[in-house]
Design a protein. Structure first.
Lengths: 114, 309
């Protein structure tokens, strides 16, 4: 499907953490792809969940909503949650919505959340 | 005193004589507010800020200033700024705001949105805590129809020879009423439906680049347009129509769909960090130089303006 080609998701488990790396555009058409990735079993047990936004070329408020859903899910499960900074477009969206200052951001997927 | 809106006093203050007249009319009110130790924010042009600061001398340090031409170029960003001022204001004394959303040189489209903004202030703050907002209008610099409209959207007026409730104040002005004038030039058009958001973004990006919009501004316009197109698909009957054209030094993108917007303050309230939805129009207002929304049971028309320089 065309929609899937626009967003690739790669989920990697590394000891106590899971990194969900996204590549492509995260909008209404592709939000369900991320939604099912964050609901997968792989994300349920690690202590730390990292959404790697570095490969995202586009993010809008619909995509942001799924990211916030992921954070809420982690909070309920008692998991640490963090994101990586993402492109200037991603940072612009996080800044104008005021969400950026409330998201735990780590420099790269390999870093430990502070 | 039926014209008074709760504890919020929204007052137009008419003056002549440019910046000097503005300072003469507003200084006594600022001095009184300073005596009361009230929080004060003055959002006017840079020139008027400098003149007021000179007149106030050392007392200027107790007054907040903001350049309205930056803060309120898009008038939809002004209500959030007042909200922030009130939130941060300590409780001592009734807060005083001086805001000049309307100035000479504003385009017809901007003036129209400014007057809708003035009307929305009554709705946004009417039921809240008491404060005083003064809106200076320059009688010599502004057209008669703008002055007339100021009488309609302010419950209180003061100026040479008049002071008190406005006899022609209208409480229920809808921010979404009416229709926008048709473009006077050729437009590019695109019908879109579900699964075509990416095409909407691609078309706008390519067009904006060709028109000479800088990369960062193009990125902003594309995101704003994506938010509106998403709304059309989700709430506007599953599809919409996009038209693009240039008007003077601005690029315009217009969306039409079958949905109806109901909350007149949509996009003027920042949803909380935990909010699930409602960010779309907020984002659009932050990224565009002007946003015009007309909406009724027949559908919605949303026009985004992005200046080329």
């Amino acid at each position: 499907m065309a929609a899937q080609a626009q967003l690739n998701i790669d989920t990697k488990r590394e000891s106590n953490r899971v990194v969900v790396a996204m590549e492509g555009e995260l909008d209404m058409a592709n939000a369900p792809v991320l939604q099912s990735a964050i609901e997968s079993e792989e994300l349920a047990t690690p202590e730390i969940v990292v959404l790697d936004l570095q490969g995202l070329t586009f993010l809008d408020s619909t995509g942001l909503r799924v990211i916030l859903t992921a954070r809420e899910l982690c909070r309920r499960r008692g998991q640490e949650f963090a994101v990586t900074p993402g492109s200037p477009q991603v940072q612009r969206l996080l800044s104008v919505t005021g969400v950026g200052e409330h998201l735990r951001t780590i420099p790269s997927a390999g870093e430990l959340p502070a | 005193m039926a014209a008074l809106v709760g504890g919020f006093r929204h007052e137009v203050i008419f003056h002549g004589d440019g910046t000097d007249g503005f300072v003469r009319q507003t200084m006594p009110l600022i001095e009184r507010a300073l005596d009361r130790r009230a929080p004060i924010l003055v959002a006017v042009s840079g020139e008027r800020i400098v003149a007021l600061q000179q007149a106030l001398g050392g007392r200027a340090a107790r007054v907040g200033f903001a350049d309205i031409r930056t803060l309120g170029a898009n008038p939809a960003r002004i209500i959030p700024a007042w909200r922030e001022f009130l939130r941060d204001a300590d409780s001592e004394g009734e807060p005083l705001g001086i805001g000049e959303p309307v100035w000479q040189g504003r385009s017809t489209a901007e003036l129209d949105e400014c007057l809708r903004h003035e009307a929305l202030l009554n709705l946004a703050f009417g039921a809240g805590k008491p404060w005083h907002l003064l809106c200076p209008y320059d009688l010599e610099a502004l057209d008669d129809h703008v002055i007339e409209a100021a009488h309609i959207c302010h419950p209180l007026i003061s100026g040479p020879g008049c002071s008190g409730p406005s006899s022609c104040y209208r409480r229920n002005i809808s921010g979404f009423d009416g229709r926008l004038a048709e473009p006077a030039t050729d437009v590019s058009e695109l019908h879109f439906g579900e699964g075509e958001l990416r095409e909407v973004r691609r078309r706008i990006a390519r067009w904006a680049r060709l028109e000479g919009l800088l990369p960062e501004a193009t990125q902003d316009l594309v995101l704003a347009a994506d938010e509106i197109a998403t709304n059309s698909i989700r709430h506007g009957g599953g599809s919409g129509r996009l038209r693009m054209w240039r008007e003077g030094a601005a690029l315009l993108c217009e969306f039409r769909d079958r949905g109806q917007m109901r909350d007149p303050l949509l996009g003027r309230v920042l949803p909380g960090e935990e909010a699930v939805c409602g960010r779309g129009m907020w984002i659009v207002n932050q990224l565009c130089d002007l946003v015009q929304v007309r909406s009724s049971a027949a559908g919605s028309q949303i026009r985004l303006h992005k200046r080329l320089c």
